[in-house]
Each structure stands twice: as C-alpha cells, then as structure tokens.
Design a protein around this ligand. Structure first.
Ligand code: ACO
Length: 329
C-alpha cells in the first residue's frame, strides 16, 4: 500500500433538451428501428440556446463534484479537462473552469483525446498525484459534439449527444483504493477515419486551402467500428494483465458508450456477465469524453458502484486513441 489518487466525489451535467430518434426522423432519412438496431441509441441530450456549451457543462459537473467532495477549491492543484469541443480554440476549457470554481492555485490544461479524453486525463492526474506534485485534482470529461456534427449527414448525426462528468481526486497514503493501473495507446495513422478538417492551422476557416474541406465531423463508420471492437478488448486485456488481474476481479465495467454492439463485443471478449456491464447509451448516445464519467456517476447513483469496488473503464476515439483504467472506487 502506498500513496494513490482516490476518487473523493463525482459530478455530472447533461443539457435538458432531449432529441429522440423520432425527432431525427424529421431531420434526416433515418428510422428509429435502424438507429436502435445499429447503435442501441434511443435518444440523446443536446445543448440549446446561447449559454449551453462545453464550458457550461464542464462547470456544472465540476461544481457538483467539488460540492460533494467537500474539498476547498483553493486546495486543488490541477484541473484537467478531456475535451475536443472546448468553448474556444484557446484558452482551454480547463482554464475557464479553474477561474469559475476559484481554484486559484491550480495548473490547468485540456487533454485532446476525443472519446478517450477522460481515460487520458485521469491517468495523467493520478500520475501527478502519485508523484507528489499535487494533492488534489479536478478531472473533467466533457463534449458537446452536437455543435460539431453535420445535421444533414445521417451516418454521424444520429450518434452523438452532449454531456459531462467530473471527479475530484485526492492523494491518500497507505490505501488500497485509487487508480490501480492504466494503459494509453494511439495510432495516428488512423486519424483520417474520424476528424474535423477545418478550423485548425492547416485549413483555417475561410482560407483558400479550406475550400472543399468540411468544418464538421467526417467519419468512416465501418473503419472506426472495426478499430473500436479490437481496441476496447485489447486495452482491457492489457490493463488487467499489467495488474495481474482477471475479468473476475472486476465488479463493474463502464465502457465508452458509443455503440451497444461495440460494448457487447468487448464484454463478450472479457467474459463479463451483463449485470457487470454499465449501459446508458440508449439515453445519451455518444457523449465523447463525457461518456465514461457520466456512466460512473449514474452507476454510483443507481447503487451499482460502491466504495471499494474494482471498476474497469475503457475508451476509444479520434486520433486514433484508446486506453483503459482500473479504479478501486
Ligand atoms: N439511417 C438509415 N440508414 C443509414 C443511416 C441512418 N442513420 N446511416 C447510414 N445508413 C445506411 C448507409 O447509407 C448504408 O446504406 P447502403 O448499404 O445503401 O450504402 C447502410 O445504412 C449501412 O451502413 P453502414 O455504415 O454499413 O452501417 P453499420 O452497420 O456499419 O453502422 C455505424 C454504422 C452505426 C456508424 C457503425 O459503423 C459505427 O457505430 N461505427 C463506429 C462509430 C463510432 O463509434 N464513432 C465514434 C468514435 S469516438 C470519437 O472520437 C468521437
């Protein structure tokens, strides 16, 4: 037993506006039956109006986590925000949250790892805590990809929703709780399979070189699907091997909620029974970096995730990136 980064409390935020499959039938040529069969998604939440944004969701989730943790924001030494849909290209969403919560002594930065953003951010925050650099960290996973999809493209707009989760992590000595192990992976050669071309420095908005390029998400669904099925299982097996654990040691599996079929295939490969698999993809769709902490939050609220349980989290996304964390809750 040694110093570890232990989850003190978790918070969440989703917009109140619900977009059902029936609503999407009115926007693009699709059907509830097709979406449910191929993805398991029935509805998703989307930001509405001028105020609701990634930063707004991140702040709400963070405020809930901090309030539940009872930790003074002045003691927080690090704010990490996993997101690819920040309020601005810069400054970072982590910095805007740092200011709004009054974490005056914290370093703050965003982690760009798409749907694996929370996995990556947790891993980095825990490493800083274990190394003794900080005692308390706020880790956020948040996205509002409803702002980045092409609402005329039926192959992508049905998949995504908006949401956030945040945890307060604190150093504890001589504990068996905390982030037990982590695996982070990437393959940049697959970057073209899911991307937004315009808006960065290669194809700036309105530039001659951006002509013919898209400002919204483009995705080769079948390629991403194949990658995801392999990556989810690989990351889980790798992190379990590293910890000399087996799937039987896992009390709850909270995977990135992109597609029910992808989750099912990962659970099957691990031999996990359905009661150990947390699902909310039907309610929220793919909330990108928000998905895993939102799942952890709801699992805890439902009494399925309790102190001392081993929870396996895994995510994959644009980059391509993937990774897994085992946390003793
Ligand atoms: N409604 C009706 N039909 C549709 C729709 C729709 N919304 N979308 C596509 N189709 C059609 C296609 O045009 C195609 O028709 P065709 O055969 O006449 O050409 C047919 O349905 C089958 O399309 P496929 O793409 O083969 O469908 P598939 O079974 O692969 O499912 C899906 C598509 C759901 C997108 C799947 O590929 C998938 O989930 N991929 C992974 C996507 C993902 O998880 N992305 C997030 C990555 S995380 C991140 O970083 C943000």
């Amino acid at each position: 037993m040694s110093r570890n980064a232990v989850v003190q409390a978790i918070g969440h935020a989703v917009p109140s506006k619900v977009l059902t499959n029936a609503d999407l039938e009115k926007i693009v040529d699709t059907s509830d039956e097709w979406i449910v069969q191929r993805t398991g998604i029935k509805e998703r939440r989307v930001c509405d109006g001028p105020i609701e944004s990634t930063g707004w969701l991140a702040l709400k989730a963070s405020q809930e986590a901090i309030e539940r943790s009872g930790i003074d924001p002045l003691k927080i030494g690090l704010v990490l925000c996993g997101t690819v849909s920040g309020d601005y290209i810069w400054p970072s969403t982590a910095c805007t949250v740092q200011d709004q919560i009054g974490a005056k002594h914290a370093g703050a930065f965003d982690v760009s790892a798409a749907c694996a953003g929370f996995i990556y951010a947790m891993s980095n925050a825990a490493a800083m805590i274990k190394a003794g650099e900080v005692d308390h960290a706020l880790v956020i996973g948040v996205d509002s990809l409803s702002k980045q999809v092409d609402w005329t493209d039926r192959s992508t707009c049905i998949l995504f929703g908006d949401g956030a989760g945040a945890v307060v992590l604190s150093a504890e000595e001589d504990t068996d709780r905390g982030l037990l192990g982590t695996v982070l992976m990437s393959d940049g050669s697959g970057g073209k399979f899911i991307c937004i071309d315009v808006g960065g420095s290669r194809y700036p908005y309105g530039s001659p070189q951006s002509v013919g390029k898209k400002e919204t998400i483009t995705m080769q669904g079948a390629e991403v699907y194949r990658f995801a099925v392999q990556a989810m299982g690989d990351a889980c097996c790798k992190v379990l091997d590293k910890l000399h654990m087996t799937p039987e040691d896992i009390d709850l599996f909270v995977p990135h909620q992109a597609n029910l079929r992808i989750i099912d295939s990962a659970a099957k490969r691990l031999g996990l029974p359905s009661e150990k698999v947390f699902l909310n993809v039907h309610k929220y769709g793919n909330t990108s970096a928000g998905s895993i902490p939102l799942g952890l939050y709801e699992a805890e609220q439902e009494g399925r995730l309790k102190r001392g349980m081993n929870v396996l989290t895994v995510g994959f996304g644009a980059g391509l990136v993937w990774g897994a964390n085992v946390i003793k809750w």
